[in-house]
Design a protein around this ligand. Structure first.
Ligand SMILES: *[C@@H]1O[C@H](CO)[C@@H](O)[C@H](O)[C@H]1NC(C)=O
Ligand SMILES: *[C@@H]1O[C@H](CO)[C@@H](O)[C@H](O)[C@H]1NC(C)=O
Length: 195
């Protein structure tokens, strides 16, 4: 799938302008300067932060936490309310697979990254990799994105105050894949750095 990656997927995310809410204290990985925990440790921690999870949930969470761990951001918890919301939205998109957000523009109650991929093979980790790949366009020093590119999926994934996540994947009636992830508290506040 790799060579057609850019052609066959579409991503969308959101930007918020409201004020941030307070968040629960996060699980800490350690301190900057020491070695980032290995994948096995992050996988095991993700499983613990996803207790009661079945199916693809751990894959979604692990993929996100790998990206966060690389920036020393606290790992996310899986949240079943968010999962329920994401599943509801995925079920709404199943007939036509339109790449649409669940919130109207300018009125996001949660962070939300969405993904569309041609064909039924796209996994949770494919969507997260596609979002995280935007890191190459993001410039931390100027807190800006390369012109004509998107960075908001990546910055939501590593957003410092986000704590909880829930996602869903559906193979649509068209045979393609729609994936949606919701984040709480939401990230991507205008003028703030993600980490
Ligand atoms: C850890 O996971 C990342 C993302 O899946 C991968 O790129 C990397 O090669 C993995 N590292 C090891 C040591 O397995
Ligand atoms: C992860 O958990 C498994 C099963 O409990 C254990 O065998 C393995 O050593 C753990 N890996 C790490 C890196 O902690």
């Amino acid at each position: 799938m790799k060579p057609f990656f850019q052609l066959s997927i579409i991503l969308l995310c959101c930007t918020l302008t409201a004020h941030e809410s307070l968040a629960a204290p996060p699980p800490h990985l350690g301190t900057h300067g020491s070695k980032v925990p290995d994948n096995g440790t992050i996988f095991n921690m993700s499983k613990q932060l996803c207790s009661g999870c079945v199916g693809e949930s751990v894959e979604f969470l692990f993929a996100h936490n790998l990206v966060r761990a690389a920036k020393w951001e606290p790992l996310l918890f899986w949240d079943f309310q968010l999962q329920k919301y994401a599943r509801w939205w995925a079920s709404q998109r199943k007939p036509g697979c339109e790449l649409q957000h669940s919130f109207p523009e300018g009125d996001f109650k949660l962070g939300e990254n969405i993904f569309w991929g041609s064909g039924s093979m796209w996994r949770p980790s494919d969507a997260v990799s596609a979002w995280a790949d935007e890191e190459k366009y993001y410039d931390y020093d100027t807190n800006s994105c390369e012109e004509g590119q998107m960075c908001g999926h990546y910055t939501q994934i590593v957003w410092k105050n986000s704590r909880r996540i829930g996602c869903a994947r559906v193979v649509c009636d068209t045979g393609d894949v729609f994936i949606t992830c919701n984040y709480d508290p939401p990230g991507n506040y205008v003028g703030e750095r993600p980490y």
